[in-house]
Ligand binder design. Structure first.
Ligand code: SF4
Length: 458
């Protein structure tokens, strides 16, 4: 078998297992696999062979097939390198074993950042040799990489004796994440969002405060202060499920006030509260007064016919019109670019998805494209997300819309995400074009991916 065909086969096999259907059946994914194979079949592979476009595609391969870690790749995890604590809300690794401690994230060439999904049968392998960590495609060494360093606050305890990372793990390059629980009342009501697997997540702590919360506001404030003080975090997010009698709203207010007081600030820099819209304008203003710099009210789906079917609990909580009104109120309260609403890419037609992004952007709100990865424990577990080609096309169109309305893609919670990567490549292309007018983009893989939203033809 030729090298190209073999590389395609190696990468396709675990993807097919993971998604329980034939991922590379689609044209776009076949191109991705083929491109990887073509790159790897070049004679004398050298780090220079991997430009930003190529590394972006390998990152895509890692996202789809995960990575296997040689014993040597675990050295120093939990001491030098940051361990994975499941700090992905709606964690695709939710049911995997925690022993031994797995690394959380990887730095690839050109400063690409990738949270790791460990799959023992992945063709991608991490192996450390003479102190240098390498990414392999089976026996073929691709390039040196490195794990993400462990923040110092991971070794600290709160004044109540709780390890700080259990209350506020670090993620997305620069964020401290406070997930106040791994529970949502909509599951008890049989009205959970169909894509949501929050109940399958490993809660880092049991409920220890009030009836529902892992940590007290004082404990959260101590962790946030330590993470910001160390300089590893410049943003924070609080999130969790919808609770009986909307108990999360007063809790988020309490947490904000505790951080304000502890850090001596009126606005918590880079903070975002993720919740269903509160019931009144007064509560919205109270969130602002409690120090939150921005909010996210995640619609998840734009199409008004699909919305009540895919997010039935949300639809029963507030009519869609009211949800949209609250988003518009939120921009007036928090300002342009400080309000977001995740739209899960792949749950609805491209046209309605982009119409939603446009409606939101026109009002200064981010409609954030998070690619749907069918989550363990969700009603849609085992389903198939659209092709890589579909996601890249949609993401580049979202970047076009954001540019049109002056929304910076390097936004809150974007660290290491695909849209931030593509936006960075767009910036680099434009800077180079400004420095070298007349330079052609022909053959520049970055241009094809980040400007045209296409995968390469082989
Ligand atoms: S509101 Fe929906 S997405 Fe959020 S935790 Fe509940 S079920 Fe999951």
């Amino acid at each position: 078998m030729g090298l190209l065909a073999r590389a395609k086969g190696l990468i396709a096999r675990p993807i097919r297992r993971k998604f329980k259907s034939a991922a590379p059946v689609y044209r776009g994914d076949r191109f991705l696999m083929g491109l990887l194979g073509k790159m790897l079949s070049r004679p004398g592979i050298a780090p220079l062979a991997y430009g930003e476009g190529e590394v972006f595609l390998i990152k895509g391969g890692l996202f789809m097939s995960g990575v296997s870690i040689d014993r040597s790749g675990y050295e120093g995890v939990g001491t030098v390198w940051k361990e994975d604590l499941g700090q992905r809300h709606y964690d695709p690794d939710a049911r995997t074993s925690t022993a031994p401690l797995a690394p959380h994230a990887l730095w690839l060439p050109h400063a690409f950042y990738m949270p790791l999904y460990v799959h023992t049968d992945s063709p991608f392998v991490l192996r450390r040799e003479a102190g240098t960590l390498y990414l392999y495609l089976e026996e073929m060494r691709l390039f040196p990489v490195e794990l993400e360093k462990r923040p110092a606050y991971y070794s600290k305890l709160t004044s109540t004796g709780i390890p700080m990372p259990l209350i506020g793990p670090h993620r997305l390059q620069r964020q401290v994440l406070v997930e106040y629980n791994a529970y949502c009342h909509f599951f008890a009501q049989k009205a959970a969002c169909l894509f949501c697997g929050i109940l399958a997540e490993r809660a880092l702590l049991p409920s220890r405060y009030g009836s529902y919360f892992a940590a007290s506001p004082t404990e959260v404030a101590e962790v946030v202060e330590a993470a910001y003080g160390e300089g590893v975090c410049s943003e924070m997010q609080i999130t969790g499920g919808v609770l009986p009698r909307r108990a999360e709203v007063p809790y988020i207010l309490e947490v904000g006030r505790a951080i304000q007081q502890r850090m001596g600030v009126s606005v918590i820099p880079g903070s975002q509260a993720v919740l269903a819209p509160p019931s009144s304008l007064e509560e919205l203003e109270a969130l602002k007064a409690a120090g939150w710099q921005g909010v996210a009210f995640n619609l998840e789906v734009w199409d008004e016919r699909l919305w009540p079917g895919i997010v039935p609990g949300k639809a029963a909580l507030l009519p869609r019109e009211r949800w949209l009104e609250m988003l518009e109120h939120a921009v007036r309260v928090f300002g342009k670019g400080e309000v977001a609403s995740v739209l899960v890419a792949g749950l609805e037609p491209k046209s309605s998805f982009l119409a939603g992004v446009e409606w939101l952007a026109r009002r200064g709100i981010y409609g954030v494209p998070i690619p749907w990865a069918p989550a363990p424990g969700s009603a849609l577990e085992g389903h198939q997300t659209p092709t890589t080609a579909w996601h890249i096309d949609v993401t580049v169109k979202v970047l076009d819309i954001w540019e049109q309305y002056g929304l910076n893609p390097q936004r809150h919670s974007s660290g290491g995400l695909h849209y931030a990567d593509l936006a960075r490549m767009r910036d680099h292309i434009r800077q180079e074009q400004a420095q070298h007018p007349g330079q052609t983009e022909a053959g520049d893989l970055r241009y094809l991916l980040a400007m045209e939203g296409k995968l390469p033809e082989l």
